[in-house]
Write a protein that binds this ligand. Structure first.
Ligand SMILES: [Zn+2]
Length: 229
């Protein structure tokens, strides 16, 4: 279909190889033009997708071209692409360690590693919404502006970027960092970077003018997990 489609198929394989998605889970979208988006199909094993499997839709979600139905999370992708003109690609995956922290009711420590501050930024936890629903697309809405990566409580994560490479780097960095944070928590102590260092790293972010200051965002503790049952 296009170079973008081939690159999306490659990204799906990479996400599967890294264990960030399993089976038919996960989805990717790439903006082709102002009102044209290429998205992965619903239901198929993502690691096996070819470029011909991608589905072209408009920003209202109408299918323009494709042999399969579009991703069940199309609403979430379009919500982001409609709100953020600077975003060209969106990845939704189920990174096990980053997602596991939300299952444990824990927030993500974003200010402990330089690459997290520089490449990913603050990662809010979006309250749980059933996958593939309008409710989930609505729940992410307040978090889209000023964040490039989100954790969806008890579900997975979303990363976005000015290119598919950028979105992929953010998703991979998120999970890699989650493993490091998880290790630190197991060892019994998480040490944070100084506020000055976070500010300095933030200043190096490519889209720092758009991204909310890490130290100026919602206070840690904004995420209230549901009570244990
Ligand atoms: Zn999902």
């Amino acid at each position: 279909m296009s170079d973008a489609a081939g690159r999306m198929a490659e990204c799906c394989r990479r996400l599967a190889d890294l264990g960030l998605i399993a089976g038919a889970a996960g989805n990717i979208s790439v903006r082709l033009a102002e009102d044209r988006v290429l998205v992965t199909p619903s239901g198929l094993i993502k690691a096996d997708l070819g470029s011909e499997d991608m589905v072209e839709v408009d920003l209202a979600g109408e299918v323009i071209r494709g042999q399969h139905p579009p991703s069940g999370e199309l609403g979430l992708h379009l919500q982001i692409l409609r709100s953020r003109g600077d975003v060209t690609a969106v990845i939704h995956a189920h990174p096990p360690v980053a997602t596991g922290m939300s299952v444990a009711g824990q927030e993500f420590d974003w200010d402990v590693l330089p690459e997290m501050v520089f490449l990913v930024g603050r990662v809010p936890v979006v309250p749980y919404g059933a996958p593939g629903t309008r409710e989930l697309a609505k729940l992410i809405d307040p978090f889209i502006e000023g964040h490039d990566t989100l954790i969806l409580a008890n579900h997975g994560a979303v990363s976005m970027g000015a290119s598919l490479d950028e979105a992929q780097i953010r998703m991979e960095t998120l999970e890699h960092s989650a493993k490091i944070v998880f290790t630190a928590r197991l060892l019994g102590r998480v040490s944070h970077l100084s506020r000055d260092e976070v500010r300095r790293l933030e200043g190096l972010r490519p889209n720092r003018d758009r991204s909310r200051g890490l130290l100026d965002g919602p206070a840690p503790g904004h995420y209230k997990p549901p009570k244990e049952s």
